[in-house]
Design a protein around this ligand. Structure first.
Ligand SMILES: NC(=O)c1ccc[n+]([C@@H]2O[C@H](COP(=O)([O-])OP(=O)(O)OC[C@H]3O[C@@H](n4cnc5c(N)ncnc54)[C@H](O)[C@@H]3O)[C@@H](O)[C@H]2O)c1
Ligand SMILES: [Zn+2]
Length: 383
């Protein structure tokens, strides 16, 4: 069988890696960004100035919301159609980068059916523009990956869109950007990195190309996340976390993920728990569940010299100020009544999520429901 290992054509990393923008060749660039942080810290202006120095006219599409919706991607695509960029530059967290990827589709193919994207039926990209991504969180690694996660608010579902064409052309890993993250966002996005690496490690599609990247990312997160949360100005920890995110991205983009992401996508879509925190909470429960389907956790336990990786994840969650059950989620208090009301449907939808396909233990909507219940009440998974 022939497999594909796909990463951006160029990954520039290190302090001031953004300088490379002055060397891009093109006429027009559209910058896609989120609410305010990139503007506030001066990185939006810096990117714009560097592109202008490269001789480009620049359009800014800002205000992308966390967990971007289909509607805002359609609107962004329209603005791009009017402007006609040959580069799309996304600067911000996973939300800005994911939205830029979907806008790119609607720019190049204005009437494309979203249902087709959900079914991984993508039209060809790069007929009009190429993509540069500059992540500001050390988290999703959308700057590396073939994924874009878009929410349909009507259905209250987050859809992972997946296609090799979504892998950006250029990724710029500049640690000055995530150094501005406050502790809570650092913790949540950092645990997203841990989840990517651990899910890629045990994925049924893991191979010798993806495994070493996942292992190194896990080591780096255990060594550096708490340091970055405790002291945001620790640039060594920030750099290591930013690199860990990229390494984990290279791994999971090619090995795919598992049911931590399936379940986090669905609970996040309904209760607006952040992506990172939903993963952080679900991860240890699912390690306990998946043990019956894989011995790959032992690989990392041996390397780290620990007995139980699930327990280490719980300890790290607590050390960086995150909770270990859904009920106490930082952003949302989910009442038992509301939770019970959506549980069956949410479990079915999580089972149908694309990430379930590569989970190391075969699962069912019934098992997923039981795992959600354990994670809600903080009970051990022992089935
Ligand atoms: N494409 C992929 O491969 C992939 C993988 C996992 C998750 N996702 C998706 O990405 C989204 C989450 O992305 P995220 O975790 O990066 O968060 P985000 O982009 O939603 O940003 C979270 C918050 O942090 C702020 N922020 C971002 N960078 C900052 C900085 N440097 N300083 C201060 N504040 C900053 C943002 O303004 C926002 O309020 C979710 O929709 C998730 O489903 C995508
Ligand atoms: Zn993730």
């Amino acid at each position: 069988m022939v497999n594909i290992f796909s990463v951006p054509n160029r990954i520039y990393h290190g302090d001031n890696a953004m300088d490379v923008l002055t060397t891009l060749e093109g006429k027009r660039a559209a910058i896609v960004t989120g609410g305010s942080s990139m503007k506030r810290f001066g990185f939006l202006d810096e990117a714009k100035e560097k592109l202008e120095k490269a001789g480009m006219e620049v359009l800014i599409i800002d205000g992308v919301n966390p967990d971007p919706t289909l509607q805002e991607c359609l609107e962004g695509g329209k603005k791009m159609e009017e402007f006609g960029p040959d580069w799309i530059l996304a600067i911000g967290g996973g939300s800005a980068m994911d939205a830029a990827k979907a806008m790119w589709v609607f720019y190049e193919h204005p009437d494309y059916d979203f249902e087709k994207l959900v079914a991984f039926d993508n039209p060809p990209l790069r007929t009009k523009a190429r993509m540069v991504c500059i992540p500001s969180t050390s988290g999703t690694a959308s700057e590396i990956t073939a994924f874009s996660v878009i929410t349909d608010p009507e259905k209250q579902i987050k859809y992972p869109l997946v296609h090799p064409d979504f892998v950006p052309d250029i990724a710029i890993i500049d640690p000055r950007l995530p150094a501005k993250m406050p502790p809570l966002i650092t913790a949540q996005t950092g645990m997203d990195v841990m989840t990517h690496a651990l899910e890629a490690l045990v994925s049924t599609a893991a191979d010798d190309y993806t495994t070493p990247l996942a292992i190194r990312a896990i080591e780096l997160v255990f060594e550096n996340l708490k340091k970055a949360v405790d002291n945001g100005e620790d640039m060594e920890a920030r750099t290591k976390m930013h690199d860990a995110s990229t390494l984990a991205g290279m791994s999971f983009s090619n090995a795919s993920l598992g049911i931590v992401h399936s379940m986090a996508h669905k609970i996040g879509g309904i209760f607006h728990l952040t992506h990172g925190e939903a993963n952080a909470i679900m991860l240890p429960y699912i390690i306990d569940y998946n043990r019956k389907g894989t011995d790959r956790y032992e690989l990392i336990e041996n390397i780290l010299g620990v007995d139980d990786i699930a327990e280490e994840v719980r300890k790290l969650n607590a050390a960086v100020g995150l909770t270990n059950n859904i009920k106490e989620g930082k952003n949302t208090e989910i009442s038992e009544e509301e939770f019970k009301k959506v549980l069956d449907e949410m479990s079915k939808n999580a089972h149908a999520d694309a990430c379930t396909l590569t989970n190391p233990r075969e699962t069912s909507p019934e098992d997923i429901k039981k795992i959600y219940e354990c994670a809600y009440y903080g009970e051990k998974v022992d089935f």
